[in-house]
Design a protein around this ligand. Structure first.
Ligand code: 5AD
Length: 354
C-alpha cells in the first residue's frame, strides 16, 4: 500500500526546496487528501517573503476591440453582441489620476488584442501616466519586439501575457490563426527588454490534463516569471465554449498554491475569475498564497462591456466605495494593503543581486 503521507511529504518538500519533478507536481494536483495543508503551506511561503502585504493594482480595461478568436473569450472578434469601446487618452488619464488620489501605486492597462491604439498613441498615454507618478503594467496582447521596446522606453514597467496553456495541441485548438511559437517569443522579448513579466493559464480548458498543468507550472518556474495569474475557465455566451463546464475552483486554487510553493517570491493575483466562480473566492485565494488584487476601475458604462466572461465580479459602485470594500475584505482576511510600489519581492531582489 502506498504511504499515506506521501502527498503531504511532497507538499512539504515543495515548501522546503521550492522544487518538484513533473510527476510529483501531477501527483499533488491529482490527489485531494492534503489540499488544506497545501493551502496552509502556500500561505506560509507567501508570508515568509511578502509578509501580510497585499498589493492593490488599478485595472483599467481601456478597449474591448480584439482581432483574435479565442474559443473561450467573449471579446473574440466574431462576437457581435458586445458593444465595442475605446477609452480616449483623457479618459485613461483622469481615471489614473483618480486611482492615484485613492492611493493606488500601479495602473494596469488592459485591452483585447488590436491595433485600435497606434504605437505612438499608446506611448503618449504611457509617458503621461509615467509623469503622474504611477507604475505602469500593460496587458495588451502580442506585439512586436519594437512595440514592446517603444512602450518600455515610454515608461512601462511590467507586462502581463498569459501563455494560457503550454500544450501546443491544446493551444492550437483554442486559438485559431494564432501561433503558439509567437506567444513564447513575445514572453521572451518582454523578459529580454527588462519588463517585470507576468504570465499564467486558464484552468479547466477542454481536455486539459493535470499533466499539462504540471508542465505549465514547471515552465513558469524555469522561465522565472515575476507574476503568475491562474483562473478557472468561465464559459461565456456567444463563444464556442459557451456550453462547456466551468473550471474547477479547488483545482485552480491548488494550481495557484503549488505555484506559490515553487516560486515563493513572485506576485500572484487573487484573480477575478476566482471571485466570479465562488463567493469569497478572492479571500480564499489570498489565504492560499495570492498577494495581489486588481480591481477593475474604468467607468461602469465601459467596464460592463469588457465581457471576457459573464458575471464578472464587478459592481456599479464608485471608486471610493470599491476600494473600501476590497480593503476591508483584505483586512478581514488577516492581511493589509501594501504601501509599497507593487514590485514582486523576486523582482526587487533581482534588481539588487542581479
Ligand atoms: N474564462 C476564464 N478566463 C478567461 N480569460 C479570457 N476569457 C476567459 C474565460 N471565459 C482570461 C485569459 C486572458 C485573461 C485576460 O482572461 O486567460 O489572458
Amino acid at each position: 500500500m502506498a504511504d499515506k503521507t506521501h502527498i503531504f511529504n511532497l507538499i512539504k518538500k515543495a515548501y522546503e526546496t521550492q522544487n518538484l519533478s513533473l510527476d510529483e507536481c501531477e501527483e499533488v494536483l491529482k490527489s485531494e487528501e492534503y489540499d488544506d495543508e497545501l493551502f496552509t503551506l502556500a500561505n506560509l511561503a507567501r508570508v515568509k517573503f511578502s509578509k501580510k502585504d497585499v498589493h492593490l493594482k488599478a485595472l483599467i480595461e481601456i478597449s474591448n476591440y480584439c482581432h483574435n478568436s479565442c474559443f473561450y473569450c467573449g471579446l473574440r472578434r466574431e462576437n457581435s453582441c458586445i458593444k465595442r469601446y475605446k477609452l480616449s487618452k483623457n479618459q485613461i488619464l483622469s481615471t489614473t489620476q483618480n486611482a492615484i488620489n485613492l492611493g493606488y501605486k500601479t495602473v494596469v492597462l488592459q485591452s483585447g488584442e488590436s491595433k485600435i491604439y497606434s504605437t505612438d498613441e499608446m506611448c503618449e498615454i504611457i509617458s503621461s501616466i509615467h509623469k503622474l507618478g504611477a507604475r505602469i503594467t500593460l496587458s495588451l496582447g502580442e506585439k512586436s519586439f519594437e512595440e514592446y521596446k517603444a512602450y518600455k522606453n515610454a515608461g512601462a514597467n511590467r507586462y502581463l501575457l498569459r501563455i494560457e496553456t503550454t500544450d501546443t495541441n491544446l493551444y492550437k485548438k483554442l486559438h485559431p490563426h494564432m501561433s503558439h511559437k509567437n506567444r513564447f517569443l513575445a514572453l521572451e522579448n518582454l523578459q529580454n527588454l527588462g519588463y517585470e513579466t507576468g504570465s499564467g493559464i486558464i484552468v479547466g480548458l477542454p481536455n486539459q490534463s493535470e499533466k499539462m498543468i504540471a508542465k505549465d507550472i514547471l515552465f513558469f518556474k524555469e522561465k522565472n516569471f515575476d507574476m503568475i495569474g491562474v483562473g478557472p475557465l468561465i464559459p461565456c455566451e456567444n463563444t464556442p465554449l459557451e456550453k462547456f463546464k466551468s473550471g474547477d475552483f479547488k483545482l485552480s486554487l491548488k494550481v495557484m498554491a503549488l505555484i506559490r510553493l515553487l516560486m515563493p517570491q513572485i506576485n500572484i493575483p487573487a484573480t477575478t475569475a476566482m471571485e466570479t466562480l465562488r463567493k469569497n473566492g478572492r479571500l480564499k485565494a489570498l489565504q492560499s498564497g495570492a498577494n495581489v488584487v486588481m480591481p477593475a476601475i474604468a467607468e461602469y458604462e465601459y467596464r460592463k462591456n469588457y465581457f471576457i466572461y459573464p458575471n464578472k465580479a464587478t459592481k456599479n459602485e464608485g471608486l471610493k466605495e470599491q476600494i473600501c470594500a476590497i480593503s476591508s475584505q483584505i483586512y478581514d482576511a488577516g492581511f493589509c494593503v501594501s504601501k509599497q510600489n507593487g514590485d514582486s519581492v523576486y523582482f526587487q531582489n533581482r534588481q539588487i543581486y542581479g
